[in-house]
Design a protein around this ligand. Structure first.
Ligand code: TTP
Ligand code: MG
Length: 433
């Protein structure tokens, strides 16, 4: 562990919901819930105004509606989130060449590589305040919480403790004191399964964990996890901040002698390819956020479709379901020559998690939320009216769509209703990347 608080962790507050409030002025200060629609819909995130009612990420939309019926329920707009993310990462890149994105809204920055006169607490604190201001400026008003500490583990705990819109520095030397009263779940790599196992032997806080000998922990949790936890309970974490890597991808494709038009067969081929991609990712300890499919038609036109998840995945089920959902958007009636599945936006930080992987259940991902919708109007979507200009879909049904005409730069705007098929309405370019 370092002797200075030079590891910075930054995480945007209520990320998707904050972007929605930025772009939809009438929703500022209000309960906003972003998520998938449909029966299996889950909450991606909720604004802090909605969290007061107990709404949380990964809760079913049905439960969120019961808890907070007055909230605005919106579909995600990944384009906007990706743009905001890029702006944030650019700010971080200017602070230090050693910055490591963990997801769209979260990254570590190594201030030891930032050419600072010293790494004392006042100096790093000033840098962190500057970063928070620069993020706000670069994103049109999004707030970030920042933690500074002597290791990754503690920097992340620090940023969590001051959410939203806060800054916390853990003074070097005070790490263990701070950790002791916290629940064991704050330690990275302790998921629900491990938490339960520890709880059965009476371990609830980090202080409880600290009282266990290394041998005892190894006997409860196995060698690698037991040893890892023994060290983390003592705030020992020497993981480096890895400079961000160039985007890589893993993909599998197949070409066929005859044009395949049978949807069932196409789905089977795609499943097999998705399985192969997942195996390769797992073998190399990689995971990625963007899932794409490639379809070459009988006439050699090639169509690509992609969708981006909030977090990287290497899970067979998630990649397969998403690839299948993307295939649903492509017309294959004329027959298909080539089919492929790829995963990009790779991160290799997963393998770096302290004790390899804990066999938690495969995550339930509501894939319907991540696929671009080709028809119909969905609440939250961007729309342009030839006369009134840009706005967003406030609601739709029975052949009518209601649009609120406002943008990040206007004040709250007026609402007008139209026939759903009104030719004056169009969608801003949503072509796949
Ligand atoms: P988080 O940083 O975990 O959450 P947040 O930014 O919404 O809120 P805060 O950090 O203030 O607690 O995740 C970042 C984004 O990732 C989040 O805005 C939406 C998405 N996400 C999901 O889609 N599903 C999830 O289960 C989680 C946790 C996040
Ligand atoms: Mg966040």
């Amino acid at each position: 562990m370092r002797s200075e608080a030079s590891v910075m962790h930054l995480d945007l507050d209520a990320f998707y919901a904050s972007v929605e409030q930025r772009d939809k002025p009438s929703l500022r200060g209000k309960a906003v819930i972003v998520g998938g629609t449909g029966n299996r819909g889950v909450v991606s995130t909720a604004s802090y105004e909605a969290r007061v009612f107990g709404v949380r990420s990964a809760m079913s939309i049905r439960e969120a509606r019961a808890r907070c019926p007055h909230a605005a329920f919106l579909v995600p707009r990944f384009r906007a989130y990706q743009e905001a993310s890029r702006a944030v990462m650019k700010v971080l890149a200017e602070v230090s060449e050693t910055y490591e994105p963990l997801s769209l809204d979260e990254a570590f920055v190594d201030l030891a590589d930032a050419n600072l006169p010293d790494l004392n607490v006042p100096t790093v604190t000033a840098v962190a305040e500057d970063v928070r201001a620069a993020v706000r400026e670069a994103t049109g008003g999004l707030t970030a919480s920042v933690g500074l500490a002597s290791s990754k583990f503690l920097a992340k705990i620090a940023s969590d403790m001051r959410k939203p819109d806060g800054l916390m520095v853990i003074e070097p030397g005070t790490e263990q004191e701070l950790l002791r009263p916290l629940p064991v779940g704050v330690i990275p790599g302790i998921g629900p399964a491990t938490r339960q196992r520890l709880s059965r032997v009476g371990i609830h806080t980090v202080a409880d964990l600290e009282l266990m000998s290394e041998d005892e922990l190894v006997s409860v949790l196995g060698a690698s996890q037991g040893q890892g936890l023994y060290r983390l309970a003592r705030a020992e974490d020497d993981r480096r901040v890895h400079a961000s890597r160039e985007a890589k991808s893993v993909s599998v494709e197949g070409t066929y002698d005859t044009d395949i038009a049978d949807r069932t067969l196409l789905r089977q081929l795609l499943s097999r390819q998705a399985g192969e991609v997942a195996r390769r990712l797992q073998k190399h300890g990689l995971s990625g956020r963007t899932i794409s499919i490639k379809v070459r038609q009988y006439d050699f036109t090639t169509v690509s479709r992609s969708a981006t998840l909030p977090e990287p995945t290497d899970a067979v089920g998630v990649i397969t379901r998403l690839a299948q959902a993307l295939l649903e958007e492509v017309d294959t009636d004329g027959g298909v020559r080539l089919l492929g599945v790829g995963v990009s936006g790779l991160a290799d930080w997963v393998q770096e998690d302290l004790f390899g992987s804990e066999p938690e259940d495969e995550p339930e991902v509501d894939t319907t939320a991540f696929v671009r919708r080709s028809s119909g109007w969905h609440p939250g979507q961007d729309v342009i009216h030839s006369e009134y200009g840009p706005g967003w879909v406030w609601g739709s049904g029975r052949g009518v769509v209601t649009v609120r005409f406002e943008t990040a730069l206007t004040g709250p705007g007026p609402v007008h209703s139209f026939k759903a098929e009104d030719a004056a309405l169009s969608r801003p370019d949503e072509s796949s990347s």
